[in-house]
Design a protein around this ligand. Structure first.
Ligand code: ATP
Length: 384
């Protein structure tokens, strides 16, 4: 096995905007690394450069201790795990797994040993005589991984392997891949546009936007400390709320009133400047269900509730507000970058199931200002 070091990798197609722009990522030996970002951010191009299916315009690609820039894909000893349909329907599970060994001219006894070993690890040993058509989605995925295992590849590479599956199967497969990767301890790079997949699978996640690496961190760090507005908006579901904010006298003015914030959060934040506050829905609560201890660690404001949605174990309340034009313009741009929705003029607040807040109420809402982020509207940088 081996680590993968991407050093200042650039990919240019013609004279256009670089598809990958000076990206450096070190994937440790045995690590599960996710490349994530919206369509066109360059994640597939980066993966294809690791495998060798795409030339590198600049920088160095190092696998183990070898620079592989000019090596053909077959000489890189990597295994790309394709989606289900890459299996041969007329071959048994055994022969599907054996395929790369047969291609390499392995002896029958070597094929037999390796396929049986891999199928045991993958819990496929009882299905070796079946054809792919008679397997579940999860079993098919394991056959695809079996093929990669028998090759003793240095790393596994996945390009959106679950994107064609329905939501339920996708969830199952995610667990399966995660379990296998941990058991095999093999270096893995996995491309997806789905932030849930990224957050649940990766040891670390590299977030890309228009060819540029935005942040490389563990899922927890990305969630708790997004480096900029883009990462903050991309990670988390429902998404983070963004609203205009100004710091004055160490307190934060929001459209609903002024809230107190721990002094260390705003130490490096300029005062009297229009900023964008970012707060996740789950960092609000109906103030009447918050105990005194918790209440003191945040701040309370009063707001007019527009709509509520009850989901059983929790509820969401929607609170309209007026956004400043500068903030609106920045959020419109963010929405384009994210290829999706950002709420520009309503706050989404998560409420405990015991909350009695309903539509039309003037309600007291508690906000955990320890979890509030303040972003520079020009650069998008997180200042907190
Ligand atoms: P998606 O999820 O839609 O596949 P992606 O994040 O994987 O997106 P890439 O496929 O890596 O993005 O593409 C990055 C950029 O490079 C895009 O702007 C794309 O149009 C461009 N690009 C990709 N392949 C080529 C090519 N062969 N020729 C020219 N431009 C290309």
């Amino acid at each position: 096995m081996a680590g993968i070091n991407m050093r200042h990798i650039v990919k240019k197609y013609g004279d256009g905007f670089p598809a990958v722009n000076d990206v450096s990522i070190d994937v440790a030996d045995g690590e599960f690394m996710i490349l994530v970002g919206p369509s066109g951010c360059g994640k597939s191009t980066l993966l294809r450069m690791i495998v060798g299916l795409e030339d590198i315009s600049g920088g160095d690609m190092i696998i183990g201790d070898r620079k592989v820039n000019d090596l053909a894909p077959r000489d890189r000893n990597l295994a790309m795990v394709f989606q289900n349909y890459a299996l041969y329907p007329h071959l048994t599970v055994f022969e599907n797994i054996a395929f790369p060994l047969r291609l390499a001219g392995a002896s029958d006894s070597e094929v037999n040993t390796k396929v049986r070993e891999a199928s045991k690890t993958l819990e496929l040993d009882e299905h070796l005589d079946r054809k792919p058509g008679n397997l579940s989605g999860g079993q098919r995925q394991r056959v695809a991984m079996g093929r990669a295992i028998v090759r003793d590849a240095d790393a596994f590479l996945f390009d959106e392997p679950l994107s064609n599956l329905d939501a339920k199967l996708r969830g199952q497969m995610r667990t399966e891949i995660s379990r296998l990767q941990k058991r095999l301890g093999i270096t893995t790079v996995y491309v997806t546009h789905d932030q849930t997949e990224a957050m649940t699978l990766g040891d670390r996640v590299a977030v890309l936007k228009r060819g540029v690496l935005q942040q490389l961190a563990s899922p927890r760090q990305l969630y708790a400390n997004p480096g900029n507005l883009f990462v903050a908006g991309f990670i988390g579901s429902p998404p983070m709320n963004f609203l205009p904010a100004t710091v004055r006298g160490g307190q934060v003015e929001l459209p609903f009133g002024t809230v107190s914030i721990p002094a260390e959060k705003v130490r490096d934040v300029p005062e009297d400047k229009l900023l964008i506050a970012g707060i996740r829905p789950e960092h609000f609560e109906d103030a009447s269900v918050v105990d005194d201890d918790k209440r003191g660690k945040g701040s309370v404001f009063t707001a007019q509730i527009d709509v509520t949605e009850w989901l059983g174990n929790q509820a969401y309340a929607y609170i309209p507000f007026e956004a400043d034009e500068t903030v609106k313009a920045q959020l419109t741009q963010l929405e384009r970058d994210l290829d999706g929705d950002t709420m520009r003029n309503q706050l989404v607040v998560s409420l405990d199931s015991t909350s009695r807040i309903s539509e039309g109420d003037q309600a007291e809402i508690w906000v955990d200002t320890r979890q509030m982020h303040l972003f520079d509207p020009e650069t998008g940088d997180n200042l907190t």
